[in-house]
Design a binder for this molecule. Structure first.
Ligand code: FAD
Length: 440
């Protein structure tokens, strides 16, 4: 049975690797588990993008000794399960929604961070020469209703003037001339990037180790208490004393890890299918001529991209609990066939699910408490390939007392606590039932 953060105490270190296309095609080096008591200046829980990025930033600044522990292995969480879209943005609020909630100046400040996260990631990949199959290619946002197509058109000028966003708007006819994707009323198109997410996290982890970061796999944090040195973290075979504690376990955080994060994010599943490689004729039939990424405008979005070996990756919301995860495969396959009628008989080679961290107000947070010396970054709502990397860097900066823009709510306020946390899954079930009817 796979890990369910609302039920299990911790990821089981002896679970097998997730059955992703990425894990099937990339070797994950065998890690070592902590087997003795240690002391460290900075302890980071979680070896995904957030945790490894924070570790790298601390090591680059020679801030002190840095230790990262992961229940399983780097990339066991979302970092090794995602679709590899490198997009500007995180959480679920677009520029207009950010302006409505916080005003134009703050909205611009947040959007600058999101844009900067993409450049920061690209610069890191280049500086450390990380082989992660990074490829540029257009990113389409597909309007699933005529109303959404109109909204995209109306928003284009606003985004250009206020946020310097240069999206090209395609009418339904222009879209149909470009791609044989069915059921859409128009699209916006802008430059984008995609990559192999597992190669990215393994590459970053390798760099972190060469910079002196101590990285332990198979080492779940089981209990966090105070110690003379600051914090005492119990793991199965050793205790860790740490001056500063950074929690980077994202949606894989178990339900009672520490009061600073408990009930402040909601783990929700996203699932992906990958097809067998498309033949030249099949590629031509859907109008794909090179790397391309797409997402639709539904609240329960579908997202898809062409992989370097010409497989189609197609993702969308998962099932409510880990126990039901397998049921998502048929639903995704049927949605893919509706979007690509030309691919009726294409076989599926891979199916997997992962937990994304949803925050109550749809905005991620990078929080650091000076008094307790505990920080965390999470709540990316399924958009974290670029931003989790920046969030890790910002978290490290906060832990090193370096300035970050505390006017931005991303940094100035903690994640809000979910009221009636025990009812989150019932509410999600109701939302999915509504979406099944409203967003066909
Ligand atoms: C199916 C799917 C598709 C996605 N597609 C995209 C996409 O295309 N583009 C995009 O921008 N975002 C995407 N995302 C979201 C993105 O992957 C995440 O936002 C990002 O990976 C978050 O990184 P992270 O380091 O914070 O967390 P994670 O990568 O989830 O890492 C958390 C780590 O913490 C470890 N951990 C948990 N508890 C403990 C503990 N007690 N002790 C020790 N270790 C612990 C886990 O084992 C895990 O390795 C997708 C997510 C999913 C699931």
């Amino acid at each position: 049975m796979s890990y369910d953060p609302l039920i299990d105490t911790a990821v089981n270190p002896s679970d097998s690797l997730p059955p992703t296309y990425w894990h099937d095609t990339v070797d994950v080096p065998t890690g070592v588990a902590l087997d003795k008591d240690i002391e460290t200046d900075f302890l980071i829980i979680g070896a995904g993008y957030t945790g490894i990025s924070a570790a790298l930033a601390l090591a680059e600044s020679q801030a002190g000794s840095v230790t990262v522990i992961d229940s399983h292995s780097p990339g066991y969480g979302c970092a090794g399960r995602n679709a590899g879209f490198v997009l500007s943005g995180s959480g679920r609020l677009g520029p207009a929604a950010l302006e409505k909630r916080f005003g134009l100046d703050i909205a611009r400040g947040i959007q600058n961070e999101f844009d900067g996260a993409v450049s920061d990631l690209l610069a890191r990949i280049s500086a450390y020469d990380i082989d992660c199959d990074l490829c540029p290619g257009p990113y389409y946002k597909l309007a699933h209703t005529a109303k959404h197509a109109l909204q995209q058109r109306e928003a284009a000028d606003y985004l250009k003037t206020n946020f310097s966003q240069q999206a090209e708007i395609l009418s339904q006819a222009q879209l149909n001339d470009t791609l044989a994707v069915s059921g859409f009323y128009g699209a916006s198109r802008q430059p984008g990037y995609a990559l192999n997410p597992l190669k990215l996290i393994l590459g970053l982890s390798g760099v972190a180790k060469t910079k002196g970061v101590n990285l332990y796999s198979g080492t779940p944090a089981l209990k966090i208490t105070h110690s003379d040195a600051g914090h005492l973290v119990k793991t199965p075979q050793g205790d860790i004393r740490a001056r500063v504690l950074l929690i980077a376990s994202n949606a894989y955080t178990s339900k009672a890890l520490h009061p600073s994060v408990n009930k402040r994010q909601f783990p929700v599943q996203s699932s992906i299918i990958v097809t067998r490689p498309l033949s030249d004729a099949q590629l031509a039939s859907i109008g794909f001529t090179g790397p391309v990424s797409m997402m639709d405008t539904r609240m329960m979005k579908y997202y898809y991209r062409l992989l370097p070996d010409n497989r189609l990756l197609f993702g969308g919301r998962g099932e409510v609990s880990a126990k039901q995860a397998h049921a998502g495969k048929a639903r995704l396959y049927s949605a893919m066939q509706t979007s690509f009628p030309a691919l009726q008989d294409i076989g599926i080679s891979h199916f997997w699910s992962g937990w994304v961290s949803v925050s109550l107000d749809n905005l991620p947070r990078i929080h650091f408490d000076e008094q307790t010396q505990i920080g965390y970054a999470m709540g990316y709502c399924g958009a974290g390939v670029s931003f989790a990397n920046l969030a890790g860097r910002r978290l490290a900066q906060r832990a090193m007392h370096q300035p970050v823009n505390l006017q931005l709510p991303l940094y100035s306020t903690p994640l809000k606590r979910f009221p009636f946390a025990g009812l989150r899954r019932s509410a999600l079930r109701a939302l999915y039932s509504w979406a099944r009817i409203a967003e066909r």
